[in-house]
Design a protein around this ligand. Sequence first.
Ligand code: SF4
Length: 90
Amino acid sequence: MKTRTKPLARMWEWQAEAACRGMDSSVFFSPAGERGRARRHREEAARAICDSCPVSGPCGRFALTSQQFYGVWGGYTEAERRSAVRVHPR
Ligand code: SF4
């Protein structure tokens, strides 16, 4: 009998090559109450790291398919992912 689920390790193996591996996650996730210029600056800093990341594609796909509501993933902000899901629900 074949199984359709990926082995758990394969779902996460892309993270071994992540540019953010071992970094402080506060660059990618907003503190409570963050708004405006502070948020934009933090998201730009996170996006700059993602721009050099060899696994930004798998990371972004993971965030969309697993509906990660918070943080910058694959170079996309929370607002950008919400917008993408509204336009392309699948
Ligand atoms: S794309 Fe960004 S958030 Fe995703 S693994 Fe790479 S550096 Fe980390």
